[in-house]
Write a protein that binds this ligand. Structure first.
Ligand code: OSB
Ligand code: MG
Length: 368
């Protein structure tokens, strides 16, 4: 294929409920969508998971737009591409900016799947018909509210409940949740809110049989996490610290984690995500697919990735209606009894809803 035209859009969508983490609260979701068209007129979609501010990592929507416009789109336009794995090779001269790179690569995977007449899941090499779904629940205004929201998610059938923790919203909250939900798979995500001086506090969490603790220490650390993992029983799952297969290899060799959360955007695209998946499988490290409060377009990519066999643990792929009054794909992502049925249609498997996309678009630009 040869990409002849790319449109970048900035969208703004209101979340049904504010989402709070140790680093801040999201009320609205602003993000970039990328639509690519090749010489046959096939259209593919990608979503940037960069936020409007650099609180999860250093990338933002604006830095992504800059990278896309000034570097990545010029590299891609009119190049002959036989397979999406070539995209990361083409982008090799651009350091980091993984979320920006992944936005382009995702659209190319979508086109590739359509032109080889298969679903994105099967183009990637996945073979599950259904995937297990977990949910990520933000920090609530009170412990009563936290119990209520977790209870609703349990009733909805989610296979694993993740709650966010931060200093002063940790051991006691987890204790009460465990008391209320003795048999539910519960995990905690700290989004880097602690340091090694908190070892004693983190050790107390071992009592509550958590499925894992996600990214307790610094967002760029794998050394201290290895020190911590030796002192706690609960498996550590790394999120923010893993940007590549090389990072995964080093973290696993050091013993920094027992589980890895793979986010396509954070690792620079589906091709790198697959490499991390394969490596973890070889090493006996289970993986799961993280979420970034994506719209249905980003979610469709996550669902496809999750069909790979070492995605053993439920991912943060809650249904469209958990986040939005109206999603931008048709049909919307539906979770039934804790499962999503993987779409079998060609490409990402859901149809982008142009009317809804236009409604939420604040700005757009076409490159050719
Ligand atoms: O750490 O996994 C995270 C949302 C925004 C930024 C970081 C994270 C999250 C989530 C939400 O946990 C996952 C989702 O529901 O998409
Ligand atoms: Mg996380």
């Amino acid at each position: 294929m040869k990409i002849e035209e790319i449109t970048v859009r900035h969208l703004k969508m209101k979340l049904k409920n504010p989402f709070s983490t140790s680093f801040g609260t999201f009320v609205e979701k602003e993000f970039l969508l990328l639509e690519a068209k090749d010489e046959q007129g096939t259209i593919g979609w990608g979503e940037s998971v960069a936020f409007d501010a650099p609180w999860y990592n250093e990338e933002t929507m604006k830095t992504n737009w800059h990278m896309l416009e000034d570097f990545l789109i010029p590299i891609i336009l009119n190049k002959e591409i036989k397979h999406p794995d070539e995209v990361s090779e083409l982008f090799k001269g651009v350091r980091k900016n993984n979320m920006a790179k992944s936005t382009v690569e995702g659209a190319i995977w979508d086109i590739y799947a359509q032109e080889t007449n298969q679903s994105l899941a099967s183009a990637i090499g996945g073979n599950k018909e259904k995937i297990e779904v977990g949910i990520s629940i933000g920090i609530q205004s009170s412990i009563e509210k936290q119990i209520e929201v977790v209870g609703n998610a349990v009733k909805d059938g989610y296979k694993r409940i993740k709650v966010k923790i931060k200093p002063d919203w940790d051991v006691e909250v987890i204790r009460i949740l465990r008391e209320n939900f003795p048999d539910v798979s519960i995990m905690a995500d700290a989004n880097s809110a602690y340091s090694l001086s908190d070892v004693d506090l983190l050790k107390q969490l071992d009592k509550f049989n958590l499925t894992m603790i996600e990214q307790p220490l610094a967002s760029d650390d794998i050394i201290d996490h290895a020190v911590l993992q030796k002192q706690i029983k609960t498996p550590i799952c790394l999120d923010e610290s893993i940007h590549s297969l090389e990072d995964a290899r080093k973290a696993i060799e050091l013993g920094s984690c027992g589980i890895i959360n793979i986010k396509i955007g954070r690792v620079g695209g589906i091709s790198e995500a697959k490499k991390i998946h394969d490596y973890c499988q070889e090493k006996g490290i289970p993986v799961w697919c993280g979420g970034m409060l994506e719209s249905g377009i980003g979610r469709a990519h996550n669902i496809a990735l999750t069909t790979l066999s070492n995605f053993i643990l439920p991912g943060d792929t809650a249904g469209s209606s958990h986040y939005w009054e109206q999603d931008i794909i048709e049909p919307e992502v539906v979770v039934e009894d804790g499962y999503i049925t993987v779409p079998q249609k060609v490409g990402i498997g859901y149809k982008p809803n142009k009317e809804a996309i236009n409604k939420y678009t604040v700005k757009s630009k076409t490159y050719k």
